[in-house]
Design a protein around this ligand. Structure first.
Ligand code: AKG
Length: 313
């Protein structure tokens, strides 16, 4: 009985929350706001927006062509995520499969992106460990080490600054992070599909054994289990082709779609679910600021536990 009541509350919650505080699309700002205004209007209400004129002064906007990157970085070895299907860190059959992490000269990676050579798989520079500072320090001078107004808004520096460059087939599967994310597209465009954290009751999680793709001599990929590791929770729905027979509640989850173009910055608030696609050779840099572990975070944790406890999906 109590379970049925809890299930009803949770089933109605996403639509109520959306009506109260969310627009039908991601709003645009003409320019960044003051730190106080940005905190009041966007960070505190946990609402995404796309900001124009936020990094016009970065040399990267003019300089970062593929030939320039080749000249500056070509001889360096970098980490590249390689998958057979473009899905790194995603559910494949009954596993959570991570990409093969290949160390290769950046110029060999560019040869693949520029289609000068072919190689089996889909290639994506996407290592999320502050790879801009760790692996591409030569490029740091073309951007900024942080976004000054965001550092002031949040009273901290970013935990990570990441560099993203990949093929059009590379897809980032639906997930969320505990970061306030400022995502800056330098060239090309990124397609984001977003769900607010309040959609959690409609978004399923399952537990999967972790595995990694390995390429064989003949160019075919195999899935190799990680040894002696616990199962990990991940979202099994592909929002582009959701299995609504198995996860019918997901049909009620209404994603927001937005395209972030060169020169635009997306503010992606903490705990928002996101699925990302891109134009071929799109270049981006993003800043991950750790979220505040405040009451909002605790409420989300409660929503998460309740959603698991009554499992709408
Ligand atoms: O650009 C991408 O492919 C993924 C970005 C992402 O997941 C993030 O910034 O948290």
């Amino acid at each position: 009985m109590a379970g049925a009541a809890a299930r009803r509350c949770l089933a109605g919650f996403p639509a109520e929350a959306r009506e109260l505080s969310l627009a039908e699309s991601v709003p645009y700002l003409e320019s960044p706001l003051s730190p106080l205004e940005f905190h009041r209007e966007w960070v505190c209400p946990n609402r995404p927006c796309i900001i124009h004129n936020a990094f016009d002064h970065w040399p990267a906007l003019k300089k970062w062509t593929l030939p320039y990157l080749r000249e500056v970085m070509g001889s360096k070895a970098v980490s590249v995520a390689v998958t057979p299907n473009g899905y790194a860190d995603a559910v494949y059959q009954d596993r959570f499969v991570m990409p093969e992490e290949r160390h290769m000269p950046f110029s060999s990676f560019l040869d693949i992106v520029e289609k000068k050579v072919t190689s089996p798989g889909v290639f994506y520079v996407q290592k999320q460990c502050s790879n801009l500072t760790e692996e591409f320090p030569e490029l740091l001078g073309d951007v900024e080490p942080d976004i000054p107004w965001m550092s002031e808004t949040l009273g901290k520096k970013p935990d990570a600054v990441n560099f993203w460059l990949g093929e059009s087939g590379a897809v980032t599967s639906l997930h969320k992070d505990h970061y306030e994310n400022l995502y800056c597209v330098i060239s090309g465009e990124k397609h984001f599909l977003l769900h607010p954290p309040s959609d959690r009751p409609l978004i399923p999680y399952e537990f999967y054994l972790p595995a990694t793709y390995h390429i064989s001599e003949n160019g075919s990929f195999k899935v190799v289990d990680k040894e002696a590791v616990d199962k990990v929770p991940w979202i099994p729905v592909d929002p582009l082709n959701p299995d609504l027979k198995r996860y019918p509640e997901y049909a009620q989850a209404k994603p927001l779609h937005c395209i972030v173009k060169a020169g635009e910055m997306l503010y992606l608030p903490s705990l928002w679910f996101h699925h990302v696609q891109q134009s071929h050779g799109c270049i981006a840099v993003n800043y991950w600021y750790d979220m505040e572990y405040d009451l909002k975070y605790s409420y989300y944790q409660l929503l998460d536990s309740l959603s698991e406890a009554v499992k709408l999906v």
